[in-house]
Design a protein around this ligand. Structure first.
Ligand SMILES: *Cc1c(COP(=O)(O)O)cnc(C)c1O
Length: 478
């Protein structure tokens, strides 16, 4: 497809500026740029068609089923957008006097209270802009805590091998050494290995429960106890909270600190690069170290304050405020009945789909799953040469976004499927049929699957080149 620059024709445009109604000013001609900037000149109709064509090349939740494991690509109710689009929210300036932004502060304050109730935490900061950013912030909290006690020996973070890739990356960014803890045959944390690894150099543990295999670790109280006994703190990667919100709380599982992905669980569209929000919640012992500023309420008036031993700021101002507005709208809409119903629906849908595929596709683990399940196509690849990648690409021909591929790393030829609660039984039945049809194709005509997708605007891009040497600038002839 043509780029806007290639569609551009000199003299064409979509703007009609009114006649100048202020006096002309003389200025230093030396300030003028030597060359006019390369801005595309294009008529409104062609501009509209350009973006429509671009939108048709991709796949979003509005196009069809999007079971991208661990990403919670649920449908985001439009009412959240409407709330976040109120001019009273969109036209604020972050430096406005506090008495003129009481409503916005109330949003932050109320969202903090409700999310603390959902997670079992005492305080929360909305500054982090994404999940990984929240992990980084939470690890700095843990670091500040140990430093404040004069304990400088705690340099290690324990991370199970089933962890999301951001966990070891964030721990390294925060200056810790990562110790990988193996999984047991049931897909949970190997307790013996954890006991061996935990000690006076343990700063903390980072864990997702349910983990990236879609399994809830029933030993969780013992796990957090082992780490606490060794003097470490426990960090909960809450990006998968969609499986458990309203059912069980990280705070009650023994965690000291948690991040949430508002752009996954709390219904903000994501996948196109943001804006997101990865708020960090913590127990009272970590609250003094939270980023500044925080919101407090006294006699119905909201104001800002700086926590006693704050780590400073991890982002400008208050984070991505409008994402918090959407999350608050979502929580208030669902309420105390709706929140647990949503997580129950997510778990039900995942098991409903898994059950239909069971016996046809191999699962990484037998038994019930939580919000997602992981298939292993190792046997299929061995028998037919058809890989997880081939199956994932073929799904696109049927209007289904591929599941997460080749992750978690401990499962070979993995496809990780997360249907979410917002899909109907009809959609899940159709998806199951497509999975089974592709399996039949793999057995009858494996060769054609290596070329899938056959009917999409883009076939198989060279992903290594796309990742390593992306072309991000248009080069002009002159
Ligand atoms: C998505 C995800 C993250 C990272 O969140 P980002 O907002 O993409 O940085 C971390 N952990 C888990 C388990 C996730 O699913």
């Amino acid at each position: 497809m043509k780029l806007l620059f290639e569609r551009s024709r000199s003299g064409r445009g979509s703007t009609l500026l009114p006649a100048c109604d202020v006096p002309a000013v003389s200025y230093d001609q030396g300030l003028l740029r030597a060359k006019t900037p390369h801005l595309p000149e294009i008529a409104e109709v062609d501009l509209g068609r350009h973006y429509t064509e671009l939108a048709k090349q991709t796949h979003g939740v509005n196009d069809g089923f999007y079971p991208l494991g661990s990403c919670t690509m649920k449908y985001n109710p439009r009412v959240n957008e409407e709330a976040a689009a109120q001019p009273g929210f969109t036209q604020l300036h972050p430096l406005q006097p506090l008495e003129t932004v009481q409503g916005a502060l109330e949003v932050l304050y109320t969202a903090e209270k409700l999310l603390c109730e959902i997670t079992g935490m005492d305080g929360m900061s909305f500054q982090p802009a994404a999940g990984a950013h929240g992990e980084y912030t939470g690890l700095l909290l843990i670091r500040k805590y140990h430093q404040s006690r004069g304990d400088s020996a705690r340099t290690k973070i324990l991370v199970p091998d089933a962890a999301h890739g951001t966990n070891p990356a964030s721990a390294t960014m925060a200056g810790f050494d990562v110790v990988s803890i193996p999984s047991n045959p049931q897909g949970g944390v190997d307790l013996e290995a954890l006991r061996k690894a935990a000690g006076p150099d343990t700063a903390g543990l980072m864990l997702t429960n349910p983990n990236t295999l879609g399994l809830f670790d029933a030993n969780i109280l013992e796990i957090t106890q082992i780490v606490h006994d060794a003097g470490g703190l426990c960090y909960y990667d809450g990006a998968n909270l969609n499986a458990v919100m309203g059912q069980v709380r990280p705070g009650d599982m023994g965690f000291d600190c948690v991040h949430l992905n508002l752009h996954k669980t709390f219904s903000t569209p994501h996948g196109g690069g943001g804006p997101g929000s990865g708020p960090v919640g913590c127990k009272a012992l970590l609250e003094p170290f939270l980023p500044t500023p925080r919101v407090k309420e006294e006699n119905g008036a909201y104001s800002l304050y700086t926590p006693a031993q704050t780590m400073g700021q991890v982002r400008s101002f208050y984070g991505n405020f409008l994402v918090v507005v959407k999350a608050l709208t979502y929580i208030l809409t669902l309420g105390k009945q709706g929140i647990p119903a949503a997580s129950a629906g997510a778990v039900l849908n995942a098991n409903y789909l898994m059950k239909q595929l069971l016996g046809h596709y191999d699962m990484s683990h037998e038994g019930l799953c939580m919000h997602e399940f992981v298939m292993t196509l190792q046997g299929l690849a061995h028998d037919t040469g058809v890989t997880a990648m081939d199956v994932a690409k073929r799904l696109l021909d049927f209007g289904i976004h591929p599941p997460t591929m080749y992750f978690p790393l401990i499962v070979h030829e993995a496809l990780m499927v997360e249907p979410t609660e917002t899909e109907s039984p009809e959609t899940l039945d159709q998806a199951a049929q497509v999975f089974l049809d592709i399996l039949a194709e793999a057995k009858s005509d494996p060769e054609s699957l290596h070329h899938a997708p056959l009917h999409c605007p883009v076939g198989r891009p060279d992903e290594v080149t796309a990742a390593r040497s992306p072309i991000l600038r248009y080069t002009f002839d002159d």
